[in-house]
Design a protein around this ligand. Sequence first.
Ligand code: 13P
Ligand code: 13P
Ligand code: MG
Ligand code: MG
Ligand code: MG
Ligand code: MG
Length: 372
Amino acid sequence: MITLSIIKADTGGFVGHSAVHPDMLAAAQEALSTAVGDHLLVDAKVASCGDDISLIMTHEHGADAEPIHSFAWDVFGQTTAIAKRLGLYGAGQDLLSDAFSGNLRGMGPGYAELEFTERPSEPIICFLADKTEPGAWNLPLYKMFADPFNTAGLVIDAKMHAGFRFEVYDLYEEKKIWFDCPADLYEMLMYIGAPARYVIHSVQSKTLDEQAAATSTQRLSLIAGKYVGKDDPVMIVRAQSGLPAVGEVLEPFAFPYSVAGCMRGSHHAPMMPVSIQQAHPARFDGPPRVTALGFQVREGKLIGPRDMFDDPSFDLARSQANEVMDYLRRHGPFEPHRLPLEDLEYTTMHQLEQRLAARWEPMAPAPLPVVR
Ligand code: 13P
Ligand code: 13P
Ligand code: MG
Ligand code: MG
Ligand code: MG
Ligand code: MG
């Protein structure tokens, strides 16, 4: 068995929240190469989307493994030191704890991990997003694994007819449920259509009994109790041979669907699929970006990445995203551009309510009914 782990954090932005400084990426890559040399990791690549660094690693320690998580924590400590030295914005932003203990749960960095037995050919897509939240994967995962209008294989490939199982987390109450699709499709949509709270954590093939997808599901604001930036999630999807084809895995992103995030993590804006070179959100700290790094995994080695959205067939999605961004921006501080109040709970709204509490007064009582 091999485990693919993507562990990611924002340890400082260059400039503002738009990108990672090259010195930080170089330091992370050097640390990864040393860890491969020391046989902690089988293989590893560093990548970034916006101001978030992703460590893409293969190893034999399984998910939630202390040596892997503590190694990533140390790397983020090193990149934070560089960010501090250069005065980058929000140095150490996602490191919410002072010391490492056991694994990264509740400490700030996000992670998606998938353990599998390598197939003769193992195509895998690593998706990295910036300026949005983990529920942003709900819509594309639904389309990949449950919508025959997206995934022809659900109709054409006998190994996909039985469907897929979706593991959904309730991030507010810290509980989870499995939905068996297609039977539970409609029930599942009732939940995952509310992506601020219900988030798909993993997907399994019913026929192959294999895990097909894994996402990072950490919500920074729920950990910190206040606004500390957006979670900027990552996702791993395996493709082909009884799973959706690579093109079916990418197809949902041809539609720039609306996600929560963008400026101050407090706005709805379109998800823009971009090449690695274009993953630097600037306009209104957006629009939110997603990149797709394709790998063939061979004996644990990461052959790649191929920059999958560096493809003119996603130009229309990018231009639609720009149009939708213009339309939403003209709402300024009004919904539906700005998030609804319940989703702003962890921003300044709370302090504002306390400050204005004494100034609120009851409305004049309704006039008494006329008695004849
Ligand atoms: P090729 O004939 O190019 O290999 O395509 C096969 C396929 O299944 C595409 O989804
Ligand atoms: P990040 O989570 O990417 O740092 O974004 C924070 C923010 O407030 C952007 O306006
Ligand atoms: Mg940031
Ligand atoms: Mg970010
Ligand atoms: Mg963030
Ligand atoms: Mg072929």
